[in-house]
Design a protein around this ligand. Structure first.
Ligand SMILES: CC(C)(COP(=O)(O)OP(=O)(O)OC[C@H]1O[C@@H](n2cnc3c(N)ncnc32)[C@H](O)[C@@H]1OP(=O)(O)O)[C@@H](O)C(=O)NCCC(=O)NCCS
Length: 188
């Protein structure tokens, strides 16, 4: 599954990405609310190897794509996608600190939604976020997702009970927003 937007393209992670992936994924500011935090470069390489054989998303399995800048080819983050059998999808997105605050996440999700609701014919997409993760909460609202649920202390995470907020978007809501010219970034 290859995707592109105006400034970004998405493809498989490569072994040569391991150092960059490890650097931003092990950064405490980036990994604070995330389930996976690599402890070593070897762990980052293992993560990439585990994804190596996957060319397309398949139900029940997390499918990780590299997010690269078109202008210089650099790896700036990654996007995880998990499809279910019933045309639903969950995603997670991570950007290196140097790439944050420039609209890249918003643009990446615009491209992802276009692929999911277009050629993959997904009915509903959702994301799960810790409400203390303000940039992520802001991002999900900015791309037109609805807050559907706020579960209180529903997850045990790194030794503490934490809240879980669910954001979702239906295919028809995405189409309606597009028809009204919501201006989400287009993929090409
Ligand atoms: C979540 C994450 C990808 C967002 O990246 P980002 O660089 O802020 O995203 P963008 O630049 O595309 O900004 C998206 C929107 O959020 C807003 N925003 C970003 N940070 C914000 C903050 N701290 N407070 C308020 N709004 C904020 C931006 O202004 C933008 O809104 P706009 O387009 O309407 O102006 C990034 O913070 C990250 O990688 N965090 C660590 C990993 C993580 O926790 N991922 C969440 C998993 S779902």
């Amino acid at each position: 599954m290859e995707l592109a937007t105006d400034r970004l393209w998405f493809d498989g992670l490569r072994e040569s990405d391991a150092a960059a992936l490890f650097a931003y994924r092990s950064d405490p500011d980036v990994s604070r609310y995330q389930g996976w935090r690599p402890e070593s470069l070897a762990e980052a390489k293992g993560f990439i190897r585990n994804q190596a054989g996957l060319a397309a998303p398949s139900p029940g399995q997390w499918f990780q794509r590299a997010i690269r800048r078109i202008d210089d080819g650099s790896l700036i983050g990654d996007l995880g996608l998990c499809l279910s059998d019933d045309r639903q999808a969950e995603f997670g997105i991570t950007l290196a600190p140097s790439a944050q605050g420039q609209g890249f996440a918003r643009e990446a999700l615009g491209g992802l939604f276009q692929a999911l609701f277009g050629r993959l014919d997904v009915h509903r997409v959702h994301a799960s976020v810790d409400p203390r993760n303000l940039p992520s909460m802001a991002l999900l609202k900015a791309v037109g997702m609805r807050q559907e649920a706020h579960f209180h202390e529903s997850l045990r995470f790194r030794g503490e009970w934490v809240d879980d907020v669910i954001f979702a978007l239906l295919a028809r809501e995405w189409r309606e927003a597009h028809a009204k010219g919501a201006g989400f970034a287009a993929s090409r």
